[in-house]
Write a protein that binds this ligand. Structure first.
Ligand code: PLP
Length: 380
């Protein structure tokens, strides 16, 4: 039984069954990973499984599961990839050609400018504007694609996806939303008007910090087919083991997301009381600039909190004083992590800027660890 085709269900109920095949006696509920470069294929090369770069039964189940979470009860198509960047690139490079214009965020994930560079080299015009205040609206004239990242990484600004999508469609542009920070449980971009919901599933969607993966979900089968064809061309396919681990992880996505959100809110509240903290951002914190819009368009506010400590050395001492929080990049894991984002050089952030990813530890322990680390630095 798959909840995606059997009426409404809560997020947790849907997640534990998403993508599972109908029960077969003596078979496991989630079949193990299928390791295959090729399949027995006599005669005409047709059918669901032909060659390992084109299709794999383990991807099929994962893609079904992700689709059920992205758009419950709707006939969508999902294409999974070896990483989030592979998924992003598949949309950009399958949709854009020389002479086209794309509208991108100026404050999105730090590897996006690498894609801008490549697109420009291929003759695509790249226009950029910040996520806040729906600033991309003014750039849509003549565009072929609008790319939204909301909440933005690492600034946590939020834009009105429905408003931007409507305007983009009126201008004749397709719309893609990078949903990495929200995950399918936090936000449903297709319901908000997007043509492509894109994500790095390396983060909160799979949530254990042990694999890289990405996906693209579309309502329009023709768009999904173009994205799938791009995957075949560049071969950016997930390994069966990663795909299976991802599917296994989806069963707990609601538990993880709810705990991470609660922990992030508790951390944000604690940080709001501290004099050495400035620039605090969490979309779920009443008073945050993103809060009103996030409350309307998101189903959960996510597990990331951003804030600024006085300077680089202060931030490094803080990170070093934490005992329950790994000093590491990436986010969305069951284990809390934090990093001084400026160390990469790609984001327009102050030297003391911290991106904090709340895990699923006990709230009191996590808040106590953060406050103790701040006290340690303040006393030094
Ligand atoms: C918003 C966003 N999009 C895309 C990516 C790229 O994902 P991956 O590292 O899985 O390629 C990241 C990675 O941090 C991200 O934060």
């Amino acid at each position: 039984m798959s909840t995606g085709t059997h009426g409404p269900a809560g997020d947790g109920t849907r997640a534990v069954r998403a993508g599972l095949p109908d029960p077969v006696t003596y078979e496991p509920p989630l079949p193990g990973p299928v390791f295959a470069a090729h399949y027995h294929l006599p005669g005409e090369p047709t059918g669901p499984y032909t060659y390992g770069r084109d299709s794999n039964p383990t991807w099929t189940l994962l893609e079904r599961a992700v689709g059920e979470l992205e758009a419950p009860g709707e006939p969508v198509e999902t294409v999974c990839f070896a990483s989030g960047m592979a998924a992003l690139s598949a949309v950009l490079f399958s949709q854009l050609k020389a002479g086209d214009t794309v509208v991108m965020p100026s404050d999105g994930y730090q590897a996006l400018p690498l894609a801008y560079e490549r697109l420009r080299a291929y003759g695509v015009t790249v226009r950029t504007a910040p996520t806040a205040d729906d600033a991309q609206l003014s750039l849509l004239q003549g565009a072929r694609l609008l790319w939204i990242e909301s909440p933005s990484n690492p600034g946590l600004d939020v834009c009105d996806i429905q408003r931007l999508a409507d305007a983009a469609h009126r201008a004749g542009a397709l719309v893609a939303v990078d949903n990495t920070l929200a995950t399918p449980l936090g936000q449903r971009p297709l319901r908000l008007g997007a043509d492509f919901s894109v994500a790095s599933d390396t983060k909160g969607t799979t949530g254990h910090g042990d694999l890289l993966l990405g996906h693209v979900t579309c309502r329009d089968p023709a768009l999904a087919e173009e994205v799938r064809r791009w995957r075949k061309v560049v071969g950016a396919i997930p390994g069966p083991m990663e795909a299976w681990l991802a599917h296994r992880s989806l069963a707990t996505i609601q538990l993880r997301a709810d705990r991470q959100c609660a922990n992030a809110l508790a951390i944000a509240r604690a940080l709001a009381e501290r004099g050495e903290v400035s620039g605090l951002r969490y979309p779920g914190l009443p008073g945050d600039p993103s809060y009103p819009l996030a409350s309307r368009q998101m189903r959960r506010y996510g597990g990331i909190v951003s804030f600024v400590l006085p300077d680089r050395a202060y931030a490094e001492r803080f990170l070093g004083a934490l005992t329950l929080v790994d000093d590491a990049t990436s986010f969305g894991s069951v284990r809390s992590s934090a990093e001084r984002r400026g160390r990469w050089g790609g984001d327009a952030v102050p030297e003391g800027f911290i991106r904090f990813s709340a895990g699923v530890e006990d709230e009191e322990d996590l808040v106590a660890d953060v406050l103790r680390a701040l006290e340690t630095v303040a006393r030094a």
